[in-house]
Design a binder for this molecule. Sequence first.
Ligand code: PEP
Ligand code: MG
Length: 886
Amino acid sequence: MSETFVYDFADGNKDQKELLGGKGANLAEMTNLGLPVPPGFTITTVACRRYLAESVRPAGLDEQIDAHLAALESTMGRKLGDPADPLLVSVRSGAVASMPGMMETVLNVGLNDNSVAGLSAQAGDNDRFAWDSYRRLIQMFGKTVCDVPGEDFEDAIHDAKTAKGVTDDLHLDAGDLRSLVETFKKIFAKHTGHDFPQDPRAQLDLAIEAVFRSWNADRAVLYRRQERIPANLGTAVNVVAMVFGNLGADSGTGVAFTRDPATGERGVYGDYLANAQGEDVVAGIRNTVGLAELERLDKKSFDELLAIMATLEEHYRDLCDIEFTIERGKLWMLQTRVGKRTAAAAFTIAAELVAEGMIDLDEALRRVSGAQLAQLMFPRFDLAGDPTPLTRGVGASPGAAVGSVVFTARRAVELAAEGKQVILVRRETNPDDLAGMIAAQGILTSRGGKTSHAAVVARGMGKTCVCGADQIDVRKDSCTVDGRLLREGDVISIDGTTGRVYLGSVPVQPSEVVQYFEGKLDPGQVHDPLVAAVHQIMSHADSKRRLLVRTNADTGTDAARARRFGAEGIGLCRTEHMFLGDRRELVERLILAATDGDRNDALAALLPLQRADFVEILREMDGLPVTVRLIDPPLHEFLPSLEDLAVQVAVARERGEDPGNQETMLVAVRRMHEQNPMLGLRGVRLGLVIPGLFAMQVRAIAEAAATLAAQGRNPRPEIMVPLVGAVQELETVRAEAEKIVAEVIGDAGVAVLIGTMIEVPRAALTAGQIAEAAEFFSFGTNDLTQMAWGFSRDDVEGAFFWKYLELGIFGISPFESIDRDGVGRLVKIAAEEGRAARPGLKLGVCGEHGGDPESVHFFHEAGLDYVSCSPFRVPIARLEAGRAAI
Ligand code: PEP
Ligand code: MG
């Protein structure tokens, strides 16, 4: 028995997405719920992966398709492509994760020169419909299966309309479409070197293979990279009996949501297009009418649809989106899935479902994400200045975007590469515009509704989008709105929440969610459903999480903000940032000091400045732990550039002038110059080489703590030594630091912990030894990633990461999200061995990964005590830490 590659809709269910793809699994679920789904079957993702690996259909697949096709024919009482009474099928892609419009679909498979007459008879002697369906097949099949350029077909349609003197496809009659079919067949033969295949079964096999291959189409690859979807999953293929929405005024097709995907409000949401086939709606090619209009057009179908929507919401306990077709008054469900939604809708829907008793708070927490919360923290427009309104469309993806207009995806990419902010303005978008959509700040279209390609893709990316602004007349390189001409470079502002478009640059204001986190809104008085939902779900996350969340901050202002955002201390205060600006000169003096006296003078000048820094930070974080890291700059960041100095000295000499100090500096800089400063004299190495530097910092910390303790406050400093690779380094620094702390603090009652960063692989591998001298570890996963992979963190992203991403060596930069297998393993080893040597050893992370949702889950699993991240990511880390714990 060969493996099962084909499943009837009656044999699957919604939990089999990996095997049957999202569309197939949900068609099966709806079939088994007794909903009106056209019969069909699904070819698995496994078959696709095998086909892609071996470039032939896997053994056994053809026989299984034969058997399922025979069963489908018997259910339908028609044979595929039968000249007298043909069964026609659609061949539709459907991957595990939804990839709207990225892969291929072929409709009307089974039509040929003979069965076109049978289709006409089926449709009540409707020749026009039959020939239109046939030309659609040749066009879609040609483009998708055989790479015939789509424009050739479109040009032929255009020519046919011009010859007849009409502008609308609907004015081409049966005879016109019949000759168009002849023209299409010629175009097909010209490009492929063979005739359009007449054998229905051959059409089916070729269409299935084309859908398999479309998994690797450029736009699908790009979309997956953007959405972080793994490259090796493959797509399933659904073969479904055709139903027709283009059989006249009593037919049509549409898309619906059980709630508003933008706000989460309950109601009737969707778009309907009478007398059309499914792809016309999603592509946003014709302007649709609101779903409510269907009640007037066809009350029976409308009522049935609403009842089905209620069933689906009850069954999935979530917002569902739906594609349906009405064929001569009979409603058919073509697809459903738990619908994509905006970040705001995700929170409000989750909270509403809790209020309705459909889900509990744990489930609500599972249904939102840190990435969505991040979107809610985006700013919005401040309209106080009465900006000039330009036009209005549908708010399709929220946010506030300002930029200069561009009219092609290519220009969007080019200008964004120059660092410009652009708004991509299109009549409608299609999958070929993806790169431009990614590059743009926002997207504005003149056609299509909330379910158009632009809207769906923008929402998925969290990018601001306004659709269907139909007063805009978009041309190749300009557009007009009410007679006003806009050319590339003109600035507009688009509001993806309200759909409003303004001329010029409108100032932006912070989000309400941020104001809530800032404590500027009192949760008791908050009536905004979104803020109330965020409050409820965040409180639940806080009650569930085991990980504490600290912040990376090195100013009092940042520390205070992070505390308002819920930070439970500082995990990393980078002291080198305190040595820039006017203090740079003191640092230069320190590094270049020729005598002990010079050095001590420089240190003495720095001490009070540092102490003031620490007083400010410890005061803001009163009662909470503050990890102060001793200085860790690559030295070259503090010294003038070798090249500049050399030129200055040479010029002085050339002019016969005395280069003076510059000469001394040049000698010193040359002596200290390093080929690889990131692997050079930094961190603890600098502390060991420059006497008194770490001691000065420790003294400043201890004095700041003693000052605050004397004022009755509760400072909790933790001193952290950077870049340690061997326990001896830490022991040396520790011995000196302990002495200073004892001397300064005496019996002031302040506990000062001394610990280390784990950011050099050797430290992770000798963590047992290092823990003997450390009261805490904080993983510096930026350096740990740099040194574990041997990738310079300052250079690689532009240089070759694109190739690594393309090859799938990693799905996302390891500097962004923790590499669990490699760097993560080092973290786990160090955590286990550190705790074995010193039970209760405090463990945290302060690299960028501390604010990355995926990585937060890993640190939870690895048993760390806290993550530390930038102030704005604190709420995101709190939420994800809660999600990790349920
Ligand atoms: C780290 O390396 O992860 C870290 C937090 O230190 P820095 O980024 O300052 O090198
Ligand atoms: Mg580091």
